[in-house]
Each structure stands twice: as C-alpha cells, then as structure tokens.
Design a protein around this ligand. Structure first.
Ligand SMILES: Nc1ncnc2c1ncn2[C@@H]1O[C@H](COP(=O)(O)OP(=O)(O)OP(=O)(O)O)[C@@H](O)[C@H]1O
Ligand SMILES: [Mg+2]
Length: 158
C-alpha cells in the first residue's frame, strides 16, 4: 500500500528522517506515534506530495485517493453544515460558474454534471454524515466558534 525507501528529509538543517524505510502491505490499518515535533505531519505531507524528499522514494499505488483530515480544526462563523457542504469543492465551483457563464452550452454541461454528482442531495448527505458524528439538527446550524476543539475536529472529519 505504501512503500518508502531510503527517505531523507531535513528542516532547517535538522534531519527528521535519515535513510528511513517503511513498508505497509495492503489492507493494514496503521497508527503513527511520536512526540510533538517528531515529524508525523511532515511525513504525511511527503506522502501526499506536498513536500519533496531530499533523498529516497515514496511509492504508492497509482490512482489511489488519499483522504486527509487536517490537524487544525475549522473555525469561524460558518455552521458545521455549511463547512461540510463547502468541502465539496466540485459542486461549489460548478454552482459559482453556473451563475456567471454566458455560454448556454456550458450551462447545459454544468447542469448535466450537477445531476451526475447528485448535487441536489448534497445538503441531506452532509446532514446525515454530521448526524452520524453526533451533531443534532440544531447543532448543525450553530456557528463553529461555539463548539469545542474536539467537536470542530469532528466537523473536519465530516
Ligand atoms: N514550515 C516549517 N518551517 C520550519 N520548521 C518546520 C516547518 N514545518 C515543520 N517544522 C518543524 O519540523 C518538525 C516536525 O514538525 P511536524 O509538524 O511534522 O511534527 P509532528 O510530529 O506532526 O508534531 P505534532 O505531534 O505536534 O503534530 C518540528 O520541529 C517543526 O518545528
Ligand atoms: Mg502533526
């Protein structure tokens, strides 16, 4: 599933990884443990291609989708429901474009794609996910700033 070979990576001259090897077979569930600042998030960024290794290779199966929950929970005035809906960036982009495009052909294409991704069910899907994570109907409509860090972390997961 993930194969890392001879990985080296430094931040500000300080080595976080030196000739590190890792092999995770398909189907395994793995937790990564280390003290604060050890380099866990950095390793995830390397795996997700956000950072480039100084040396070595990270091999992943092609066309795999990687799901990632940020270490920083979302905050602000948006509600959990709005936050989850906004994470569906394709739908958001299409809706915005629909309001702007002067081209009727493009408009038709956008409508077709919105049907394909079942955009009309997005709100009920988001509500169902949030419900499954413990948010009542009222909670889903309260601003994120009124939730604790742990609850906002659940929104990130949703
Ligand atoms: N952009 C950066 N510039 C300079 N140093 C950085 C940067 N990002 C991370 N570091 C340093 O790299 C080291 C590893 O950071 P990283 O965020 O990977 O740690 P972590 O294991 O995820 O820690 P935590 O348990 O606190 O989440 C830390 O010492 C951090 O200070
Ligand atoms: Mg981290």
């Amino acid at each position: 599933m993930i194969h890392i070979k001879d990985l080296s990576y430094r931040i500000g001259g300080r080595p976080l990884f030196e000739d590190a090897d890792l092999y995770i077979p398909e189907g395994h569930h793995v937790g990564l443990i280390g003290r604060n600042g050890a380099g866990k998030t950095t390793l995830f960024k390397l795996i997700c291609d956000e950072l480039q290794p100084d040396a070595g290779e990270i091999m992943l199966p092609k066309h795999w989708r990687i799901g990632l929950v940020s270490q920083h929970p979302p905050s602000g005035d948006r509600t959990p429901l709005e936050e989850v809906l906004a994470s569906d960036t394709e739908r958001e982009d299409l809706m915005q474009e629909l309001n702007k495009t002067p081209d009727p052909m493009r408009e038709a294409e956008i409508h077709y794609r919105l049907i394909e991704i079942e955009a009309h069910k997005a709100t009920s899907r988001a509500a169902l996910i949030l419900k499954g994570l413990g948010f009542s109907d009222e909670d889903q409509l309260r601003p994120l700033s009124s939730f604790s860090g742990g609850w906002r972390m659940r929104v990130a997961l949703a």
